[in-house]
Design a protein around this ligand. Structure first.
Ligand SMILES: [Zn+2]
Length: 222
């Protein structure tokens, strides 16, 4: 967890502004759900957690639904932006191409993409129906993962690596992750990954499971 925020992949990033005219709607959908995540503590930065590193990120596919593997372009929150209370278009990167096996990614934007971009890319390669991926940090949900029967990635696999990308694919093939749209990252403290056909669907999945974790922790009358 110590290295949250450190980019571990080979990145070809061009620093130029995003096309706000064509991407504005997508940016605003992500900004809206990221705001909900910030309000619920699922994204942020806290001196008392993870040695002060920022945590959590959000992405949304843009462009053709039929785009092939490694070409499923997406918008993602920029690296080192988790602690910002408000973000705008310049805090996003546009990932154009990627190769999880080669650990390589090509993007543009005023900010380089999140250090966990390859995990998002790997999720998009699982199927065209996956349009939005949210990565949250939730101690209560992460600790309840086993009881709630969430799929859990191998604890020996660190975040942001090709091994994590392969682990996401393995769990998806297992069925439960595909069905529920949520997994707990076993080797990444408090890490939760959700996907959906839209930011709304992914956001609702995340908030629903968070509430289930709180419900379980409540246990009135036990
Ligand atoms: Zn994380």
């Amino acid at each position: 967890m110590r290295q949250e925020g450190v980019i571990k992949f080979a990145l070809e990033h061009e620093r130029r502004a995003l096309d706000a005219a064509s991407l504005g709607d997508a940016v605003c959908q992500l900004v809206a759900w990221r705001e909900v995540m910030a309000l619920t503590g699922l994204v942020g930065q806290d001196p008392g957690r993870y040695e002060g590193a920022g945590y959590g990120n959000a992405s949304l596919r843009v462009g053709r639904r039929s785009a092939g593997l490694g070409r499923r372009a997406f918008l993602i929150t920029g690296t080192q932006t988790s602690g910002r209370r408000r973000i705008g278009v310049d805090d996003f990167a546009f990932v154009e191409r990627y190769d999880a096996e080669r650990n390589w990614l090509k993007s543009h934007g005023m900010t380089p993409p999140s250090s966990e971009s390859l995990t998002h890319a790997a999720a998009y390669d699982l199927g065209p129906q996956i349009r939005c991926v949210l990565h949250a940090h939730s101690p209560i949900l992460w600790r309840a993962a086993r009881e709630l029967r969430l799929p859990i990635s191998d604890p020996s696999v660190p975040y942001g690596t090709p091994e994590m990308a392969a682990e996401v694919a393995r769990l998806y093939r297992g069925g439960v992750f595909a069905e529920r749209g949520v997994l707990a990252m076993g080797g990444h403290e408090d890490g939760i990954l959700v996907f959906g056909r839209s930011p709304e669907e992914a956001g609702q999945t995340l908030v629903t499971w968070l509430a289930r974790a709180y419900e379980r922790a409540c246990a009135v009358g036990v």
